[in-house]
Design a protein around this ligand. Structure first.
Ligand code: WTA
Length: 683
């Protein structure tokens, strides 16, 4: 297994897992309430087990039946097309021969029913206007018109089926519209999270040769303007502080939404205002029938190397995966107001703000801004005012709500809620209990959903109404998903024995590749355990078959539910002239799950002082985005290495977590005393 090793205690939440058995007696299971079960789609464990068994035994039959619920332009020939190479499911294709369109399934098909007049998106802006917080509602019919017009705008700007379009925006309806417009004409989108820096934009745009970028003049966040257009300009610029850089040669046009209206530079011939282009666009743009395996999008995510990888999802399998999981795991109904608080810049927003709920014809709430702005009760206020019934958020958000105090949710009427969800990292039982009691008032099932950018859709999660929950466990696999916990040598672990989480059968929404890098795709996911998918997560399975995710076992750190590659942050650091070498590790953090600690050696002549420390933190924020800003930088005169020259990360992790070699912030850490440990690690 190369360098991967199971973290003994990878994060505060993982350590909380250890104590959970003792905290909660065996009988502290949270059985679904009769009230919920009686009207849930899957209302009992027996029903879940029956369907699950059927999905594993004959996936072709199972998924063929489910796929009939989507609207097809042409039926498929074969549900599962195994790869030519025997003994591996890498390269499996789904619904081969079929023609389908994701935008059509998310919008047009609802226009034939009463859903035409129902709200597809209820959007709330961060700032308040004269009449309270800004709000806009788009019915399915209105969404159809906007998406069709936008698709025509994209075409008029030269975008054809197959061309890549980058989208770098804040959370406004135009972001959703742009995504669905790309899907409509089969132009794979690559959404770049609005918190990323211009360098991060450039890397992503150049990796996929996007021809057009959709952006906004700015975005609202915590009362401030995020300079989205300026960042795009910088990414496209051929100069960076006087040094010529490559810019983004593939980009021909930039489509700019006016959101903050604070004045930005428009480059003639390249930049086009959204509102100007939309004013002239026709609203007639039939969805293009696309092959099932036509790429729907590329989404960049951090991996174990310095460069983020472009995860490729295709149309039919992904759509089916997000549709089915939304239908069953969120048990979604026409009358629900469903709110997922993620950003569309991450996979959670792709699958569970857009493709999943809209293909189900749901009403989706979308919020633009920061969770605690202008006051710590903003989320609870939104839930009360919009009567949100399903709420999906991240453990890190829950932990900051816990810290902010109970008085904030307590002053709001949260009685509309009927189901709660979490995603992104292991949830510690304390946060789970708080969510259950304070927010769900003890009556809402909690779905703790484990999945990844690569899996496209939720893989392990309770089905509310059927599966009793346990705080801290994602419980059982979804239909068609075959996870196992294995040892280094590939043998199955015993109950409760920690091991590596793998998936042993193909599933419809699985990633189809890393953009332009089949080798890395193979190496990353299908080579640790030949032929089956390696998740990069550690887990254990208890004697009831429940999965307990323990966190990453590779060089990826989960900071506030966001994946960051240690190498990515390290290469940003060594990009600074002061830095000779850097090693980045995670340390448990009460709110973020993990915090970033960088051990840095400086080049001759640079003073290891507070000013430089701050400069380096800023440098990383500029290179990647503020989510990657190290929480702590420790200067050292050398990094502890094995004799073969490998940085001893485990040792650094321990130091970062326990603070064993802390010392004065301005003194250098001295690793010479660690010779003994070095030898121990090498052995
Ligand atoms: C972690 C987010 C524990 C895990 C959808 C995974 C979780 C990584 C959970 C993927 C969960 C996600 N419990 N850990 N419920 N959900 N993770 O690609 O380490 O941003 O590998 O996708 O988040 O992060 P990604």
């Amino acid at each position: 297994m190369g360098k991967t090793s199971l973290p003994k205690k990878s994060s505060s939440s993982a350590s909380a897992h250890d104590s959970i058995e003792s905290i909660l007696a065996e009988n502290r299971r949270f059985a679904p309430s009769k009230q919920f079960s009686s009207r849930a789609r899957i209302g009992s464990m027996a029903d879940y087990e029956k369907l699950y068994r059927a999905s594993i035994k004959d996936p072709e039959k199972f998924f063929a039946k489910q796929a009939e619920e989507l609207t097809w332009f042409k039926p498929w020939r074969k549900v599962i097309q195994p790869p030519a190479k025997k003994g591996s499911f890498e390269g499996t294709q789904w619904f081969v021969g079929g023609k389908i369109n994701a935008s059509y399934n998310c919008i047009d098909r609802h226009l034939e029913t009463a859903r035409k007049n129902k709200a597809a998106l209820i959007w709330e802006g961060e700032p308040a206007g004269a009449f309270g917080f800004e709000q806009r509602t788009l019915t399915y019919q209105q969404l159809h018109r906007e998406v069709s017009k936008c698709a025509n705008v994209l075409r008029s700007l030269g975008i054809k089926t197959g061309d890549r379009v980058a989208i770098y925006m804040g959370m406004t309806p135009e972001l959703a519209i742009a995504v669905l417009a790309c899907a409509r004409i089969g132009a794979p989108h690559t959404v770049i999270f609005g918190g990323f820096s211009s360098e991060a934009i450039r890397d992503r745009v150049n990796d996929c040769d996007a021809r057009l970028i959709v952006t906004a003049d700015g975005g609202w966040r915590r009362g401030n303007i995020v300079e989205l257009k300026k960042n795009v300009d910088q990414a496209l610029s051929t100069e960076s502080s006087g040094t010529p850089v490559s810019g983004c040669p593939s980009v021909e046009k930039v489509l700019v939404v006016k959101r903050t209206a604070h004045g930005v530079d428009m480059v003639p011939g390249r930049d086009v205002w959204w509102h100007d282009a939309m004013a002239d666009a026709s609203a007639d743009c039939p969805a293009v029938p696309l092959d099932s395996e036509h790429p729907l999008y590329i989404l960049y995510t951090s991996g174990t190397t310095g460069k983020p990888k472009g995860i490729v999802h295709t149309t039919a399998g992904y759509l089916l995966g997000t549709y089915l999981t939304t239908k069953y795991i969120f048990d979604i109904r026409d009358e629900d107001i469903y709110w997922c608080s993620a950003d569309i810049g991450w996979v959670t927003g792709h699958s569970y703000i857009l493709y999943g709920p809209l293909s189900c014809g749901a009403t989706v709430l979308m919020y633009e801004g920061a969770p605690m702005f202008p006051a710590p009760d903003r989320f609870w206020d939104i839930i009360e005012r919009h009567r949100v019934s399903i709420f999906y958020t991240a453990p890190t958000a829950i932990r900051s709500f816990v810290r902010a105090g109970n008085e904030h949710p307590e002053k709001h009427d949260l009685s509309s809620l009927r189901l709660l969800g979490t995603v992104g990292e292991p949830i510690n039982p304390e946060a789970w209990m708080w969510y259950h009691t304070l927010i769900g008032k003890g009556k809402c099932p909690i779905v703790d959903t484990w999945w990844q950018t690569e899996t496209g859709a939720i893989m392990i999660s309770p089905l509310p109404g059927a599966v009793p929950t346990r705080p801290g466990s994602a419980t059982l696999p979804f239909f068609g998903v075959a996870p196992q916990v294995v040892r280094k040598d590939g043998f199955l672990c015993n109950p409760n024995e920690g091991g590596y989480l793998v998936i042993t059968k193909p599933w419809p929404s699985m990633l189809r590749g890393i953009y332009k890098d089949p080798e890395r795709f193979h190496k990353q996911y299908f080579s640790e355990y030949p032929g089956i998918y390696f998740t990069g997560d550690g887990a254990r399975r208890d004697k009831n078959g429940y999965f307990w995710i323990m966190g990453r076992v590779d060089d990826v750190i989960n900071v506030s539910g966001h994946r960051l590659g240690t190498m990515e942050v390290e290469s940003a650091l060594v990009g600074n002239p002061a830095v000779a070498e850097a090693a980045v590790v995670g340390r448990p953090d009460e709110i973020k799950g993990s915090a970033l600690v960088a051990f840095v050696t400086l080049k001759q002549g640079w003073p290891p002082d507070e000013a430089l420390r701050e400069k380096l933190r800023e440098h990383v924020a500029l290179a990647i985005g503020s989510i990657a800003r190290p929480d702590d930088i420790r200067f050292t005169d050398s990094l502890p290495k094995t004799r073969s020259g490998k940085i001893m990360r485990r040792l650094l992790r321990e130091l970062a977590s326990t603070g064993a070699v802390k010392g004065d912030t301005t003194t250098l850490e001295d690793f010479s005393v660690l010779e003994k440990l070095r030898t121990a690690e090498e052995e």
